[in-house]
Design a protein around this ligand. Structure first.
Ligand SMILES: NC(=O)c1ccc[n+]([C@@H]2O[C@H](COP(=O)([O-])OP(=O)(O)OC[C@H]3O[C@@H](n4cnc5c(N)ncnc54)[C@H](O)[C@@H]3O)[C@@H](O)[C@H]2O)c1
Length: 254
């Protein structure tokens, strides 16, 4: 059987850790050619090298997704290295620590929306023209269950992920005539470096138990869960699916 992403070129932001790292590896294992983008050069280089060591094709590009110059350079690098871009995964994201809403400063709010929301705008500015020239492409945005079932203490983060969901649907309707798809994935809380930020507390067995109790399937989300969903949305087999915000959450949003 052919690899599911044979010859497809995918850009993955925040590819140096957590969900993004798992998506890079899953895509590369299915024949995808990967541009690992991250503002942490050591982390992104490590992932690109690991893919190459396993016989895959990967290039690292340093980019802060909140900066238009970096996102422009990312698109240019991807096209220069691989000739095209088929899938743009907007995964890089951050959160303020879990706390009462008025404890988050204006500066923290601005940074949060630059990284989680402005990045989606910049991905359109720099990748829609590439997709249009090629006759199509696919955006996969990493949202959150926070957009559907918000937790207290994360209000501004929740809002940023609500924007990701609505922008995904907006991209889908506006860009469909260009054969550009847009879908998002809403993961439940996961065991990545962001875990304690979301918990707003130490990662103790007691604190974990509180979060596990809110997930019917009884475990945290794993990076591989998100990677499998992203692979499905990137696979040409899902060519008729657009505007979907797919919960990968063990039932959290029911
Ligand atoms: N971990 C969770 O519980 C969880 C749950 C739902 C959604 N999410 C979302 O999933 C995505 C990935 O989260 P994760 O848990 O894998 O995080 P992570 O912290 O493990 O990895 C994020 C990566 O993004 C990079 N990054 C951060 N800001 C960046 C920027 N401005 N420019 C470029 N790179 C940047 C970091 O260097 C890091 O490599 C985020 O959008 C997050 O909001 C996470």
């Amino acid at each position: 059987m052919n690899p599911r992403l044979a010859n497809q070129v995918a850009v993955v932001t925040g590819g140096g850790s957590g969900f993004g790292e798992a998506i890079c590896h899953a895509f590369a294992a299915e024949g995808g050619r990967i541009v690992v983008a991250d503002f942490n050069a050591a982390a992104g280089e490590r992932v690109a090298q690991a893919i190459r060591a396993q016989g895959g094709e990967a290039e690292f590009c340093r980019a802060d997704v909140s900066l238009t110059a970096d996102m422009g350079q990312l698109a240019t690098t991807a096209v220069a290295r691989f000739g095209r871009v088929d899938v743009m995964v907007n995964n890089a994201g951050m959160s303020h620590p879990n706390q009462p809403m008025l404890g988050v400063t204006e500066a923290q709010f601005d940074r949060l929306y630059q990284v989680n929301v402005k990045s989606i705008y910049l991905s359109a500015v720099h990748f829609v023209p590439v997709f249009r020239r090629q006759g199509g492409g696919s955006f996969i945005n990493i949202g959150s269950t926070a957009a559907v079932r918000p937790r207290p203490g994360l209000s501004w983060y929740n809002g940023s992920k609500g924007a990701v969901s609505l922008l995904t649907k907006s991209f889908a309707v506006e860009l469909a005539p260009d054969r550009i798809r847009a879908n998002s994935i809403n993961p439940a809380i996961a065991d990545t470096p962001l875990l304690t930020t979301f918990m707003g507390a130490a990662d103790t067995p007691e604190n974990r138990a509180r979060f596990l109790a809110s997930i019917p399937l009884g475990r945290l989300c794993r990076p591989s869960d998100v990677a499998h969903a992203a692979l499905f949305l990137a696979d040409p087999a899902s060519e008729f699916i657009t505007g979907v915000c797919l919960e990968v959450d063990g039932g959290r949003c029911i």
